[in-house]
Design a binder for this molecule. Structure first.
Ligand code: 48H
Length: 250
């Protein structure tokens, strides 16, 4: 039996990975913005894969605010929460509160069922380029990254790459450092209303083939952080998907 357990895992994992060595969209990071982006892309029949550095999925959601596992949303986002089956309570004014664990579970479940393929424990360490376009990601095991081993990476080709790596805006920083195609300003200190508004405006294609979304978008354009409110992250992920769907339709 043991050898069949081994074979089952290796064969099914490798089959899935092989089927995703060339995709429409590669999303870097499985936080709220990356997962939302993946969900709406897959819902529109786009072939999408998410690569997540960590063992867990959800980015900054599980910790809520300073480890109190609640997150806050604005009224505009309630239709998305309803679509995903996430419960919430009205707190005051425009603000609603949800359990972060339920939010991650429902979002991940819906994304996966919609067809998003998520590979955890893989870090994006570089991009693939052709002429002046980003057209894929370069990957290595997180364990290799953490152990600082000299092990060469593998690459996955994609028509579009989404930087949903959060505060560190890692993919755009790689493009800035290695290619000089973009300039990353770095996020500003907290101002929730402005940060949330700017997040949507900042969600865009920043050089051919690379879209920034979520906290990475505010870090890219030098806009403020907003604390443990997640409406902007959800709307940013959705907007990134809409941008890509429009581009792919051309
Ligand atoms: C693979 C990577 C890599 C890499 C990072 O931080 P996240 O939750 O990002 P967002 O933008 O979807 O959500 C931001 C939100 O969680 C947050 O931090 C808020 C609202 N902060 C406000 C404030 O004021 O502090 O998720 C990013 C994910 C993480 O899971 C990382 O592990 C992953 O991306 N990641 N995955 N390759 N190179 N870099």
């Amino acid at each position: 039996m043991e050898k069949f357990i081994t074979q089952a895992i290796l064969e099914t994992y490798l089959k899935e990975f092989l089927e995703h060595t060339e995709v429409d969209v590669a999303i870097c990071g499985a936080g709220p913005s990356g997962l939302l982006c993946g969900y709406y892309l897959a819902k529109n029949k786009v072939k999408v894969v998410v690569f997540e550095r960590h063992l867990k999925i959800g980015g900054g959601m599980p910790g809520g605010g300073i480890m109190f596992n609640k997150i806050v949303f604005q009224k505009e986002v309630l239709p998305i929460l309803d679509e995903l089956g996430i419960d919430y309570n009205h707190y005051k004014d425009n603000l609603y509160v949800a359990n972060s664990i339920e939010t991650i579970s429902a979002l991940t479940y819906k994304a996966v069922k919609q067809g998003v393929k998520i590979f955890n424990l893989l870090s994006v360490e570089d991009v693939v380029i052709r002429e002046k376009k980003i057209c894929g990601v370069v990957l290595n095991w997180t364990a290799v990254e953490q152990a600082k081993l000299h092990v060469d990476p593998l690459a996955v080709l994609a028509k579009y790459v989404v930087d949903a790596t959060g505060h560190d805006c890692e993919v755009a920083k790689i493009v800035e450092k290695k290619l000089g195609w973009v300039s990353v300003k770095g996020e500003q200190s907290m101002w929730a209303e402005v940060g949330e508004d700017k997040l949507i405006e900042n969600t865009k294609e920043v050089c051919p083939g690379l879209i920034v979304c979520g906290m990475a978008a505010n870090a890219f354009f030098g806009s403020p952080r907003m604390g443990a409110i997640f409406g902007g992250m959800f709307l940013s992920g959705k907007k990134a998907a809409e941008i890509i769907i429009a581009r792919l339709a051309k």
